[in-house]
Design a protein around this ligand. Structure first.
Ligand SMILES: *Cc1c(COP(=O)(O)O)cnc(C)c1O
Length: 395
């Protein structure tokens, strides 16, 4: 066999060849459809934070390689944020690591903590990079499926299934709350059960909390690290992208005990080494914005959620009103449909809107088949237009 006869993409990544987001965004561009597929805001974050980035760039802060763990100003701001909001105390020097977005935090954490053959128990449907990073680490993913509760109000974690998924080979639990794509915010009770399981089976926990500020209607985000026994075994992942509407800046972080941070840094230094120099200074300022910023941001997103959820309901979808994130998962069976892939491929032609079939976030694709995800982090006028176009489906 010649070297070109073998597939270029290795076996570990073969199943992740192309993402649905590329296909759907191309479809959006080709048809002029409104793209509610990918989750990025169509308006930028606070003006004064943009100005802070400009100032850093002009003042020559961060234009050269910043320190490997992140600039001290940002690490201090991250620690301050965790203390102020959650009463969690982290040493900025040994317990905080700045990464190139949460994406690199996830990759570095899994590459650092996993041995080939380890099992990772993760909540299905999952954010697409989890499966790829587990595969790159040579580990095996073990999905625990979130399912709609009988009242179709939310997707729920079955705690017995979670416990049954843990084996002697399980190294870590990979949790995401608020959860993309279902919008579920894990309850205190669910998180307590996860924490007890982790302690009982001596597991590490990696928790992706990038939507920590996007919770609605009295739902509360409880960081796993605040629960008994969790502080020393949990890697918490955060990001500025979603909280401050600067997804292009790629500033993320982890907070964890010193041994875990040192391990993750060992992998991170050979991925990007460092990233986003001037933006790190701006995010340090963003994390210190007054509570009013976070409250207004949440209220604004809640109003957008209502706008899109109402439109989807009028169009005939079954809507799972999300308690968090900026995604709405819908069930298309109420429209007489059952295949989310086919539905999403046809949707731009049918009514000029792009959405994502949740099946792409499942190992058990059939479990996700009837669910379709819409992003509502868009201007009200865009959401209104999308809602009006979607009404055509009911006709
Ligand atoms: C968007 C997102 C990320 C990636 O965050 P970045 O900071 O843009 O890399 C990670 N996890 C979840 C659940 C997300 O939705």
């Amino acid at each position: 066999m010649t070297s070109t006869a073998r597939p270029f993409l290795n076996r570990r990544l073969a199943e992740f060849g192309t993402t649905i987001f590329a296909e759907m965004s191309a479809l959006a561009a080709a048809t002029g459809a409104i793209n509610l597929g990918q989750g990025f805001p169509d308006t930028d974050g606070p003006e004064e934070i943009r100005e802070a980035a400009v100032r850093a760039l002009r003042d020559g802060r961060g234009n050269q390689y910043p320190p490997g763990p992140g600039v001290p100003e940002l690490r201090t701001a991250i620690a301050g944020h965790q203390l102020r909001r959650y009463g969690l105390s982290f040493d900025p020097d040994t317990e905080v690591l700045v990464t190139a977005g949460a994406t690199e935090a996830i990759a570095a954490t899994l590459l650092a903590l996993l041995e080939p053959g380890d099992e990772v128990v993760a909540l299905e449907p999952y954010y697409d990079s989890y499966a790829a990073c587990i595969a790159m680490a040579g580990a095996t993913r073990v999905p625990v499926t979130l399912r709609p509760d009988p009242g179709q109000a939310r997707f729920r974690l079955d705690l017995d299934e979670l416990r049954a998924a843990v084996t002697g080979r399980t190294r870590l639990l990979l949790i995401n709350t608020p959860h993309n794509p279902t919008g579920t915010v894990l309850t205190h009770e669910e998180l307590t059960a996860i924490a007890e399981l982790a302690v009982e089976r001596d597991l590490l926990v990696v928790t992706d909390e990038v939507y920590e500020h996007l919770v609605f209607d009295g739902a509360e985000h409880v960081p796993l690290a605040t629960l008994p026994g969790m502080r020393e075994r949990t890697v918490t992942i955060g990001s500025a992208g979603k909280t401050f509407s600067f997804t292009g800046w790629k500033v993320g972080w982890i907070t964890a005990a010193p041994g875990l941070v040192t391990a993750v840094r060992s992998a991170k230094q050979f991925l990007t080494y460092v990233a986003s120099g001037p933006f790190q200074y701006a995010v340090a300022e963003a994390l210190r914005l007054p509570d009013s910023y976070f409250e207004e941001f949440r209220a604004d997103m809640r109003a957008k959620r209502e706008l899109l959820a109402g439109g989807l309901e009028q169009a005939g979808f079954t809507v799972f009103r999300p308690a968090g994130t900026y995604f709405i998962t819908t069930d298309i069976r109420s429209l007489g449909e059952s295949d989310g892939f086919a539905f999403c491929r046809a949707l731009p032609e049918r009514c000029g809107v792009v959405a994502i079939p949740n099946a792409v976030f499942y190992d058990h694709r059939e479990q996700g088949a009837p669910f379709v995800r819409f992003a509502f982090c868009k201007r009200a006028s865009v959401l209104e237009e999308a809602a009006s176009r979607l009404k055509g489906l009911a006709a």
